[in-house]
Design a protein around this ligand. Structure first.
Ligand SMILES: Nc1ncnc2c1ncn2[C@@H]1O[C@H](COP(=O)(O)OP(=O)(O)OP(=O)(O)O)[C@@H](O)[C@H]1O
Ligand SMILES: [Mg+2]
Length: 251
C-alpha cells in the first residue's frame, strides 16, 4: 500500500462546490463538493454509471453543469470564453478512458499533436527530445514510429499517458487508467502514475473502480455514491469502515 501523504495544507489545484449535473430527469451529480490539493493523488471511486467521467468532463469544460463552482488553479472555469478555457486546458492532462489516440497517426505524431493544437513552437531537436523523454517516462522509447494498431492495450495506455506528459501538465485527470487491462499490466500502469507524481509533482484525480490501483496510487480517496462525495479518507480509513456502502468496494 502507498505511504499516503497528507496534502490538505497545500494550495488547492481544483475546487468544486455544490456541483449539479443532470441529463433529462436523471440527476448524475448532486451538490458535489471536492478539493484536489497541489501535489496529491486523489482517487475517486464509484460504480459504473455513477458520474465519474461526467465529473472530469465538467472540470475541462466538455460538459456544462447546471449549477455550482469549478475552480482550476484559482480560476472559475464555468462560462469561460473558449480561448481562456484553452489556456486552462494546456495545464491539464486528460487521460481518456478510451485513450483517444489517433489511429492514422504514428506514436510520434500523436505525441506532437497537443503541441500543434496549442500552437506551441519548438524546433525539431526540442520536439525530438520531448518525445524521447515522454516515451522514456513510460518505458517505451522505441515506439515512436509505430502505429497505434501495432500496440497492445497496456502500451496504448502508456502512449496516451506519454502524450499528456508532453505538455508537462500541472494537473492530470486519469479516467479509469487500468480498466480492461490484466492485473500485471494494471499494476505497471498504477506504478507509472505514482512515478509521474514523484517526477513532475503534478496533482492528479484518478477515477477508478480498481481497488488495487487505488491502493498503489492514492494519497486520499473520495467515494462517489448517489451523485455526491459520500465518504473521504485514506485507504486504510475507508477499508476499515463499517459502512456497508463503503465496505462493498473493498471486498
Ligand atoms: N452526454 C450524455 N447524455 C446523456 N446521458 C449521459 C451523458 N453522459 C453521461 N450520461 C449519463 O450519466 C451517467 C453517468 O455517466 P458517466 O459516464 O459519468 O459514468 P461513469 O461513472 O464514468 O461510469 P463508468 O465507470 O462505466 O465509466 C450515466 O447514467 C450516463 O448514461
Ligand atoms: Mg466513465
Amino acid at each position: 500500500m502507498k505511504a499516503a501523504r497528507y496534502y490538505a495544507h497545500s494550495e488547492i489545484a481544483i475546487e468544486i462546490k455544490d456541483l449539479n449535473k443532470s441529463f433529462g430527469n436523471q440527476h448524475v451529480l448532486i451538490n458535489l463538493n471536492l478539493n484536489l490539493y497541489k501535489g496529491e493523488n486523489l482517487a475517486v471511486l464509484g460504480k459504473s454509471g455513477s458520474g465519474k467521467s461526467v465529473l472530469l468532463k465538467c472540470i475541462v469544460g466538455l460538459v456544462s453543469p447546471e449549477s455550482g463552482i469549478v475552480k482550476v488553479l484559482g480560476k472559475d472555469v464555468l462560462g469561460l470564453a473558449q480561448f481562456e478555457m484553452d489556456k486552462i486546458r494546456m495545464k491539464i492532462g486528460f487521460l481518456f478512458q478510451s485513450n483517444a489516440l489517433y489511429d492514422s497517426m504514428t506514436v510520434r505524431e500523436n505525441l506532437e499533436f497537443p503541441l500543434r493544437r496549442h500552437g506551441l513552437k519548438y524546433n525539431k531537436k526540442e520536439v525530438d527530445d520531448m518525445v524521447f523523454e515522454s516515451l522514456s517516462n513510460v518505458s517505451l522509447p522505441e515506439t515512436a514510429g509505430k502505429m497505434p494498431a501495432e500496440l497492445s492495450g497496456g502500451m496504448k495506455k502508456r502512449i496516451a499517458l506519454a502524450r499528456t506528459l508532453m505538455m508537462k501538465p500541472d494537473i492530470i485527470l486519469y479516467d479509469e487508467p487500468t480498466t480492461g487491462l490484466d492485473p500485471i499490466t494494471s499494476r505497471e500502469i498504477s506504478n507509472l502514475i505514482l512515478s509521474v507524481q514523484e517526477k513532475y509533482h503534478s496533482s492528479a484525480i484518478i477515477i477508478t473502480h480498481d481497488i488495487n490501483c487505488v491502493k498503489i496510487v492514492a494519497d486520499r480517496i473520495i467515494m462517489l455514491i448517489d451523485g455526491y462525495a459520500y465518504a473521504e479518507g485514506s485507504y486504510s480509513e475507508l477499508a476499515n469502515s463499517d459502512d456497508p456502502k463503503i465496505k462493498s468496494f473493498f471486498e
